[in-house]
Design a protein around this ligand. Structure first.
Ligand code: COA
Ligand code: AMP
Length: 629
């Protein structure tokens, strides 16, 4: 263990006030905070700042305006464009002027439904500049999901673009936005659309719609709004994530704690400072994109890569290595699923051997459990340390990792590393919150109060936030299960609830079940997460048809279509078994774990409480027959 890591962790736990006040010096405050933490007021009470100023203006003011801030690399359009910090300031100022002209002000919400283009980053930072609260919705969600987020966030404005580009396919966004606004109860006053050079021309004939470029030209001579002073605890953004119900949870991120935590993580986990190049190959619609494509690299004056492509097919499985090499990426962050996809297409890593990994020093993986085999392949082929690390939308930044920049390179395949300074972990099984013995599995919990940057409420749902602390008083329930081994490595093994990670995308099987249950002809249904060699997990549905349903195939198709159109393509529900019965206990509880074992081909032990012991064999036969087709 590195002494620097051990000391940092001890200090963060034993003297949090001092530790986090030192860390806060990395941020440019408008008024410095009175102290680091207050239970009622949150992180950095009394402190005021502007996150956009910290990400952009101050680097220009420090004479670093010529350094590349944003490297947009889009293999799907063939465009590579670098924006210096001075150019980024100008672009953000223009978008802020556009938003201000439409009346957007401090505290207003702005929903973004946008692809991986620079305008998305400009818009997020422009909102931060005005003290407005952005809520970015991932492009893979269907209109109904967008509508739910619009209704909850009640934005004054929605920003979108003419299309997203998914590999070889173009997805027009405007029809999806129009449909979402039709479904939403909340009326958005204005929609501003960025018309891309590629793809279809969007229809903006409604009086509600405005063209981005026209608005930009009209506000061109307006002075760029100055960064608005906000309180440390004021919201920077709302990011919706899957909970255990059909209603998404609006994770609220503050300004002050977030800026401090992210800056700290760059210097101490990822080893990134001013002038270094960092690339998180994620999407701005997810927390990884918020934290590590947009805010964290810019907070520390580094260069961030905005990659509009897929790990494979855009154009080939060498695209990651080419992008790393082209931009001089020092630290690379991706999801295990992306590496599995690359490996499947290029098992011998011929592209990697030919292109190399340039100046890359470390690869970080997160988003889902990294299987030891994938880590082994990547370390072997790249010759680089591959660090699995763990966190969640709620936390906003890593809680388990090897703090590479503190000299801690310890890693064990299958483990997500050690508690990051600021986080104290335990594995518990009983409500008393008593830690289990080393090596024993249980619920993974983190001691409250949580580190800076971590959510302190859910939008419109503080009671929902408090539930996270209800089962194990004094501890935050992560929803993950795992164990801590005798060397202190924490192993995250899966969820304790109905959330699954599909290709690094967090989804709720409970939500899918609600959709499935509402399909005409379905008497009852269950959705479980099955193991998948590339995506980690994929959802699989089992449904029982209502009496009178004639075509099982038609019912199957209707279920698949319903999940895709109500939740989105990202749900990736492709398999639905129409079966005579579901396995249930005598009290009527569906045995989802048994279903999971059946589809995974694992040994099935029939529980004594089962209502009909013949059902598992029947299901097994169905699943086997399907596999043989
Ligand atoms: N907009 C619109 N549709 C989207 C989308 C977006 N932003 N993202 C995904 N989709 C669609 C896909 O096109 C696909 O549609 P299809 O069923 O019509 O083919 C569907 O949603 C499922 O997408 P996905 O699960 O991503 O599968 P894929 O086969 O397209 O790609 C991977 C597989 C592994 C290459 C890809 O999922 C990947 O790169 N994952 C990494 C994810 C990641 O970085 N997560 C962040 C955590 S760190
Ligand atoms: P999200 O909020 O989308 O970032 O998803 C968070 C969830 O993804 C966690 O609660 C875990 O279940 C899972 N997850 C993220 N990173 C890892 C990891 N390194 N190992 C295991 N599971 C992970």
């Amino acid at each position: 263990m590195s002494e620097a890591y051990a000391k940092a962790w001890r200090d963060s736990i034993n003297q949090p006030e001092h530790f986090w006040s030192q860390a806060a010096q990395a941020v440019d405050w408008m008024s410095p905070p009175a102290r680091s933490f207050d239970e009622a007021e949150g992180w950095y009470p009394g402190g005021t700042l502007n996150t956009c100023h910290n990400c952009v203006d101050r680097h220009v003011a420090a004479g670093r305006g010529g350094v590349t801030a944003l490297a947009y690399d889009s293999p799907v359009t063939g465009v590579v464009h670098r924006y210096s910090y001075a150019e980024l300031l100008d672009e953000v100022g223009r978008v802020a002027a556009m938003l201000a002209a439409l009346g957007v002000a401090k505290g207003d919400r702005v929903v973004l439904y946008m692809p991986m283009i620079p305008q998305t980053v400009f818009a997020m930072l422009a909102c931060a500049r005005l003290g407005a609260v952005h809520s970015v919705v991932f492009g893979g969600f269907a209109p109904l999901e967008l509508a739910k987020r619009i209704d909850d966030a009640s934005p004054t404005l929605l920003l979108t673009a003419s299309c997203g580009i998914e590999g070889a396919r173009t997805i027009p966004y405007k029809p999806l936005v129009d449909e979402a606004l039709r479904l939403a109860h909340h009326q958005v006053e204005r929609v501003v659309l960025f018309q891309r050079d590629t793809g279809p021309v969007a229809d903006i004939s409604s009086p509600r719609d405005l063209d981005w470029d026209t608005l930009r030209a009209a506000t061109h001579s307006d002075p760029a709004p100055a960064p608005v002073e906000v309180a440390s605890s004021d919201p920077l953004y709302i990011l919706y994530t899957s909970g255990t119900t059909g209603t998404p949870k609006g994770v609220v991120r503050d300004n002050g704690g977030h800026a401090v935590a992210l800056a700290w993580s760059m210097a101490n986990i990822y080893d990134i400072g001013a002038g270094d190049v960092f690339w998180a190959a994620s999407d701005v619609g997810w927390v990884v994109g918020h934290s590590y494509i947009v805010y964290a690299p810019l907070l520390v004056g580094a260069t961030t890569v905005l990659f509009e492509g897929k790990p494979i097919g855009t154009p080939d499985p060498g695209t990651f290595w080419r992008t790393i090499d082209r931009h001089g990426v020092k630290t690379f962050f991706t999801a295990p699923t992306a590496i599995r996809a690359v490996r499947k297409e290029d098992p011998d890593a011929t592209f990697l051997k030919e292109i190399g990994t340039g100046q890359c020093r470390t690869i970080f993986l997160a988003g889902e459990r990294a299987d030891p085999d994938t880590i082994g392949w990547l370390e072997d082929k790249s010759g680089l340390p591959v660090i699995d690390h763990w966190w969640q939308t709620e936390l906003g930044w890593p809680a388990l990792a090897s703090c590479v920049a503190l000299g801690d390179l310890r890693r064990k395949r299958g483990s997500a590393g050690f508690p990051v300074p600021g986080y104290e972990f335990a594995v518990v099984v009983d409500e008393g919150g008593h830690p289990v013995e080393t090596g024993q599995s249980g619920a993974v919990v983190i001691r409250a109060p949580l580190a800076p940057g971590v959510f302190r409420t859910l939008w419109n749902n503080h009671a929902g936030y408090q539930k996270n602390f209800a089962t194990f008083p004094g501890w935050y329930e992560t929803g993950d299960a795992g164990f801590i081994d005798d060397e202190g490595f924490v192993h995250i093994m899966g969820r304790t609830d109905d959330i699954i990670n599909v290709a690094g995308h967090r989804l709720s099987t409970g939500q899918m079940e609600q959709i499935v249950a509402s399909v005409d002809g379905v008497a009852e249904g269950a959705v479980i997460g099955a193991d998948d060699a590339i995506k980690g997990m994929i959802p699989v549905a089992f449904v029982v048809a209502r009496a009178g349903v004639e075509s099982e195939q038609a019912l199957h198709d209707a279920v698949i279509k319903a999940v895709r159109s109500e939740l989105g393509a990202v749900a990736a529900l492709k398999t639905c078994y129409v079966v005579p019965a579901l396995p249930k206990t005598r009290s009527g509880k569906i045995l989802r774990n048994l279903l999971r074992k059946i589809v995974n081909g694992e040994a099935v032990a029939i529980p004594p409480t089962i209502d009909d012991p013949a059902v598992p064999d029947m299901l097994l036969a169905r699943v086997r027959a399907h596999a043989e087709v």
